[in-house]
Design a protein around this ligand. Structure first.
Ligand code: 5IU
Length: 262
């Protein structure tokens, strides 16, 4: 694998302000760790986020699993994003026609376009989904970046081959809005303005009972060339989530350092 470009230089290549900011935060905090507190109570999400905040560049949410959701949760998460300097990625995985995803993005209970910095989408409906979400971001009047789901971590998933390639092509055709991918590796050929975020990461290889498959930060960032590790249960399932998050941050950052110094 050829020597990689540092995040700071990749920031300058990013046409989307959110992508640029994320690369800058990664460099400032020496963190390519994203954390997802996949728990269902508002207070627990806020507690975990404040604990691990110093170690992360990004917080990934599943807002629709929160039992006691209210708008104050969104406001408190935004305040924590300022306090700890991270971006918020709502993992909504939009998957409908452009007109519908625009409504799902801006309306309903969650009004995601009003608070998320980053969202993601499946390309199954075709590129109209990208245009629908872009219009939603515009209507909200905020800078938002989109990640395409080029690959998945779960056993037997269908995001492979020509489908993965179509995601890369769509990203290259929408450089102002698409900032990168959910993928299991850095996809070749490298496009340094686009970032690669990989879920299914724990300090030891393994899986869960529902098809999740885990690889290590070293393998994902070092060997496979991804940029950001996405960790949930590996951190919030530990006795000391703050200390555990630091372990993941250091492991992923060292793997990145080895890649840019190689
Ligand atoms: N997630 C995956 N795999 C994927 C995609 C998303 O695990 O391919 I796309 C999400 C699901 C969960 C998080 O919110 O990433 C992983 O959490 P754990 O680290 O607890 O497995």
């Amino acid at each position: 694998r050829p020597k990689a470009l540092p995040f700071a230089q990749r920031a300058a290549l990013c046409p989307n302000p959110v992508g640029r900011r994320l690369f800058e935060i990664m460099e400032q905090k020496k963190s390519n760790l994203s954390f997802n507190p996949d728990v269902t109570k508002k207070a627990e999400i806020l507690r975990l986020t404040d604990l691990v905040g110093p170690s992360i560049c990004m917080l990934k949410t599943h807002i629709d699993v929160v039992e006691d959701f209210d708008w104050d949760l969104v406001e408190q998460l935004r305040a924590l994003a300022v306090k700890h300097n991270f971006v918020i990625f709502e993992d909504r995985k939009f998957a409908d026609i452009g007109n519908t995803v625009q409504l799902q993005f801006t309306s309903g209970v969650y009004r995601i376009a009003e608070w998320a910095d980053i969202v993601n989408a499946h390309l199954v409906p075709g590129p109209g989904i990208i245009d629908g979400l872009r219009q939603g971001a515009k209507a909200a009047g905020r800078d938002i970046g989109l990640l395409l789901l080029a690959e998945m971590s779960s056993k037997g998933n269908l995001a492979t081959g020509a489908y993965t390639e179509a995601n890369v092509k769509a990203a290259l055709e929408h450089p102002d809005f698409v900032i990168g991918f959910i993928a299991m590796q850095g996809l070749a050929p490298a496009h340094p303005n686009l970032m690669y975020i990989t879920p299914g990461v724990q300090l030891a290889k393994g899986g869960d009972a529902l098809g999740q498959q885990y690889d290590t930060p070293e393998a994902v960032v070092g060997r496979k060339g991804s940029d950001i590790i996405q960790v949930g249960r590996g951190i919030f399932g530990a006795a000391d989530p703050a200390a555990e998050a630091e372990k993941y941050r250091v492991a992923a950052w060292e793997a990145y350092q080895a890649r840019v110094q190689a």
